[in-house]
Design a protein around this ligand. Structure first.
Ligand code: TMP
Ligand code: ASP
Length: 235
């Protein structure tokens, strides 16, 4: 069960329990800027695994199809084998990060509508933003697949805004990855403070990977707070 098939920046993918599954193991490695900055943060894997498993179970219960099959231990889970669509789906509720930089808007500024954007999942190319016609021209996904990913991303956004709000956390933006599995598009990868911007609703304190990217200190303190607050919710 531990034959390594692929080692990514933050997860290891191993053989699963049968031909239709994989085992993923979360690592303690933190990376940013497409791998340009890298550090071991002991305990990060466990925190991200627990947060992501919690959120995936929450979404599944509300009708979103995900790759999660079974949690194995603190850092490992069995997932459905899917063909990952090489397009990252980014959803933005509030201006921040590359959006603020690119369009000259202060971080925290409100947006007149939710933004859904696509980027190429390629570290070598620096994850460039893609328009729909780029994606179809490159053969990364069909228009139907893109439409389905955007539709699911917006539904997921509503559900995540809601659950994070109960934890007094503002969901600023996040990145999703989808895969093809049995003729369907399913949610893959993870949803964690590595892949979301999460701000304390009352103080705007950052509780996500920006603490690492921007050297704000106590990175895992933020992640721990996210987990504790989510676990404290009754819904
Ligand atoms: P950005 O502002 O850098 O474009 O990032 C938007 C959101 O997507 C932010 O929550 C971080 C997340 N993200 C990833 O998880 N992986 C990536 O490779 C990128 C570019 C963004
Ligand atoms: N590009 C992403 C970031 O800066 C992910 C990564 O490089 O690991 O967060």
């Amino acid at each position: 069960m531990s034959d390594i098939l692929y080692e990514g920046k933050s997860k290891i993918v191993c053989c699963g329990i049968d031909g239709n599954t994989l085992l993923i193991r979360y690592k303690d490695t933190a990376t940013a800027f497409n791998g340009g900055k890298k550090e071991e943060l002991s305990g990060k894997g466990k925190l991200n695994a627990e947060i992501s498993n919690f959120l995936f179970a929450h979404l599944e219960k509300r009708g979103i199809k995900t790759h999660l099959v079974k949690v194995i231990d603190d850092t490992s889970a069995i997932v459905k084998k899917a063909e990952i669509v090489m397009v990252e789906v980014i959803v933005r509720n509030v201006a921040a990060g590359s959006f603020s930089k690119k369009y000259g808007v202060p971080e925290g500024a409100s947006l007149k509508n939710v933004v859904v954007e696509f980027s190429y999942k390629s570290d070598e190319l620096g994850d460039p933003m893609l328009a729909e016609s780029h994606i179809t021209a490159l053969g990364l996904a069909t228009s139907e697949e893109l439409e389905e990913m955007a539709r699911q991303a917006l539904k997921i956004n509503e559900m995540l805004i809601d659950i994070f709000a109960k934890a007094r956390i503002r969901l600023v933006d996040f990145k999703l990855e989808f895969g093809r599995c049995g003729g369907e598009i399913i949610l893959c990868d993870e949803i964690s403070p590595d892949s979301c911007r999460l701000w304390d609703m009352d103080t705007d304190k950052k509780l996500d990977k920006d603490r690492f990217r921007r050297d704000l200190g106590d990175v895992l303190g933020g992640y721990r707070e996210v987990l504790e607050r989510l676990k404290g919710i009754r819904d």
